[in-house]
Design a protein around this ligand. Sequence first.
Ligand SMILES: [Zn+2]
Length: 272
Amino acid sequence: MPELPEMEHYRSQLSPRLCGQRITGVTVNRAATINEPVDVFTSALVGKSILFVERKGKHLLFHLDDGHRLHLHLMLGGWLAYGEEGPKKDSHFQVILTFGDGNSLYFGGLRLGYLHRMTAKAAIEELKELGPDPFDSRLTLEAFRKRLAGKRGKLKTTLTNQRFLAGIGNCYSDEICFDAQVHPAVAVNSLDESTVERIYHSIRKVLTTAKDAGGYMEHPLTPDDTLTGGYNNQCLVYDRKGEPCNVCGTEIKFETLTGRKMFYCPHCQQGA
Ligand SMILES: [Zn+2]
């Protein structure tokens, strides 16, 4: 599932392309992806312009000039493409938005994911439970310590809890724990001060590196896009079961933790 780096990559790539663009066409091939009857959704969107694109955690909000938002959550398997032509047949995409400049935004793989049109107020209400963004300037080390204080449960479970922090999922929680040299299944109430500080810095370091590398999505966003997915081969533990740890050579271990995949180096990451 795309996480903060993937969605921030999409936001930064799409913002200059979409802002100020008027929607001239809407194709809906899967009605369950949207939240209104297709004709209502279509007629409400045609003629509206996109003012800007906002990211909240793993969600994207396309702000429209009539005060509404298009709320996108890619969930598992969702992806985006943009250009004059789609990378596959149009019928392959659940929704396509076409703009005045002749380009289209293609929404693919939306089985669990969705694209909902809603008022600004409804969008705020829907996302109100999200925790702070890891890059929020108010999330200082002290504020992070306070959020962790009194928490129970395992580190990975806490990092991936969208109410604790918004935007971290299975892949980056493992990469963050590896970078901080701490076991992902450690109990958060057993962490000492220096470990909490390492985790705090690793969160921003890992997410920044991944974002700058283009995240791990497999599909290019545009036909000439060589940046998207650049982080795919840079994961140090995630999806590397049985491969040697880059630091110590020990085999990367795989386990499940309350239904989530968990990859770690049993030598570099202790404490559980
Ligand atoms: Zn190691």
